[in-house]
Design a protein around this ligand. Structure first.
Ligand code: HEC
Length: 124
């Protein structure tokens, strides 16, 4: 009986730590965002080499006023949500052929999870 209780406790602890390990971490995502920072601001209306990412979730692609997008981006018909952002940021030129965004992409899933978590907070 005692052994069983200990076993149960061990399993519970394992399950907990596994859960934590897979949870996205916005604080770490902020560091991943350093890759984007040179080209993208988070403030509304502030465009750099790339358009502001303020309010990007739920926004149509190529919708920031005054930013000169590529033809490819304008014609993409994409709406930015978690799924399309993941696909674009993984391989920009594969998801939107002809995009002007000169960024190789984020290969590591963990980095992507954290970045998305950060963007959800920071682009509001
Ligand atoms: C070297 C500069 C550069 C870097 C680095 C960069 N981007 Fe971009 N980004 C751009 C440009 C330029 C565009 C416009 C692309 C086009 O019109 O085809 C763009 C477009 C986008 C769009 C579409 C915006 C819209 O209004 O439709 C998103 C979302 C985006 N970038 C997110 C990111 C994120 C997140 C990162 C970091 C992981 C990043 N970008 C890194 C330059 C950059």
């Amino acid at each position: 009986m005692k052994k069983l209780t200990i076993l149960a406790a061990v399993f519970a602890a394992l399950a907990l730590s596994a859960g934590n390990a897979s949870a996205a971490d916005a604080a770490k995502g902020k560091k991943v965002y350093n890759k984007c920072k040179a080209c993208h601001a988070l403030k509304a209306g502030k465009n750099k080499v790339g358009p502001t990412l303020h309010g990007v979730f739920g926004r149509k692609a190529a919708a920031v006023p005054g930013f000169k997008y590529s033809k490819a981006m304008k014609a993409s018909g994409v709406t930015w949500d978690e799924e399309s952002l993941r696909a674009y940021l993984k391989k920009p030129r594969k998801f939107i052929k002809g995009t002007r965004m000169a960024f190789a992409g984020i290969k590591k899933k963990k980095q992507m999870d954290n970045l998305i978590a950060y963007l959800k907070e920071a682009t509001k």
